[in-house]
Design a protein around this ligand. Structure first.
Ligand SMILES: *Cc1c(COP(=O)(O)O)cnc(C)c1O
Length: 392
């Protein structure tokens, strides 16, 4: 037997279980409509909440920056120096979020991998929401700290775990997603903050799906709840609503300074490229100048969800533009997605292990880029397929 035979067997197993991930190829820029595998389809998949991924202002800023500064940063910032664009981006992000300081990373994923091990280690404990994102889980594991999961969005469960365990450890960290990406529900951050304050525990929130979506003009979950100065560490991504790529950690100055000294993806991996940084700066300009896109996003989300409910679909517990369409078993969700594609709608099925078994769904991602006419076309397709498959 060859050394890789076990991998072939595992892959076959995934295919048989309907869990093999087939990735479609997109042949156009991101937007309300996409060319996918040769067809023009309505885009209900991407995290391009504000339509910035192909916004003319961001494209122009990236082109201009490339002409002036080239493409790559060419080395790790802490070794070969950091470009003015990256420094400027961190200053602007801190001001936008109303915090003392910010540091950027290559992605939201690496921001979590950098931050958690810098804050806690082997002698410490992490209280982590059971449904936290994979990058938080990996960051927790990398830290070597004891990981104690509390029940999802359950502050009582969090406090019980703290009471039972805190005294056995040197330091502690509470970490939660801000918006949970599969259900679209929001962490009860004010209540979590009260617990963190009571037990004097560092509080970290990953606001990847709240950045550019929640709060005034998209300033995120801390702004949404009016918790300025109370959350120690706010992680965000520049790859979702910001439409580009990159991660950010915002918070008090001493933590950010510490991450510049001890955040391993900062010390051992290069920064985002020149056009990335320039495009992100243009995104901040847009968000600071107008709340129009964020308002349009929410207006679209409210409309789509209300109409889906009226059609008889179960859209779960979402409080954000993330709209899960609950279907139950994974094969049904996959069939639903294929039928939607036939109707010209690109919306992915999500099943185990991304969501629990029996909770498979289609996840619709609403964007400010959608017109009402686009949403109506999507609703009509859902109605057709829903009736055909006996869901409504
Ligand atoms: C998407 C996401 C990330 C990863 O962000 P990238 O910038 O794409 O690496 C991290 N955390 C959460 C909660 C996310 O939803």
């Amino acid at each position: 037997m060859s050394k890789t035979e076990w991998i072939t067997q595992e892959l076959d197993g995934l295919k048989q279980a309907g869990l093999y991930n087939t990735i479609r190829t997109i042949e156009s820029p991101q937007g309300a409509w996409l060319m996918v595998d040769g067809r023009r389809v309505l885009n209900f998949c991407s995290n391009n909440y504000l339509g910035l991924a192909n916004h003319p202002k961001l494209v122009e800023a990236a082109q201009k920056a490339v002409n002036q500064m080239g493409v790559g940063p060419a080395a790790v910032r802490s070794i070969a120096g950091t470009m003015t664009l990256h420094v400027e981006l961190e200053k602007r992000l801190a001001a936008f979020k109303g915090v003392e300081a910010a540091i950027t990373f290559q992605s939201g994923f690496t921001a979590n991998l950098a931050t958690i091990p810098a804050l806690v280690g082997k002698e410490d404990v992490i209280f982590s929401d059971r449904l936290n994102h994979a990058s938080i889980i990996d960051g927790c594991r990398l830290s070597g700290a004891k990981i104690i999961a509390y029940e999802h969005n359950d502050v009582q469960s969090l406090e019980e775990q703290i009471k039972a365990n805190l005294s056995q450890y040197r330091r502690a960290l509470i970490v939660t997603d801000g918006v949970f990406s599969m259900d679209g529900d929001i962490a009860p951050l004010p209540e979590i903050y009260e617990v963190a304050r009571k037990y004097e525990i560092l509080l970290m929130v990953d606001d990847a799906h709240g950045e550019g979506v929640l709060g005034k003009g998209g300033r995120g979950i801390v702004d949404h709840f009016g918790l300025h100065g109370k959350v120690d560490v706010e992680v965000g991504t520049l790859s979702k609503a910001f439409g580009v790529v990159g991660g950010v950690v915002a918070g008090n100055a001493v933590i950010i300074e510490w991450l510049r000294q001890r955040g391993r993806p900062f010390l051992f991996s290069s920064a985002v490229t020149v056009p990335d940084a320039a495009a992100c700066l243009a995104a901040i300009d847009l968000l600071e100048n107008s709340t129009e896109l964020v308002e349009k996003l929410w207006e679209n989300a409210r409309y789509f969800k209300a109409e889906m409910k009226r059609l008889g679909f179960d859209t779960g517990v979402s409080e954000t533009p993330i709209t899960p369409v609950m279907l139950g078993e994974a094969p049904l969700a996959q069939k639903f997605s294929r039928e939607l594609f036939e109707q010209g709608v690109f919306a992915m099925a999500i099943g185990y292990p991304t969501v629990p078994k029996g909770k498979a769904r289609i996840r619709v991602m609403i964007s400010a880029a959608h017109s009402t006419d686009d949403l109506d076309k999507g609703l009509a397709a859902f109605q057709t397929v829903g009736k055909k498959l006996g869901v409504i």
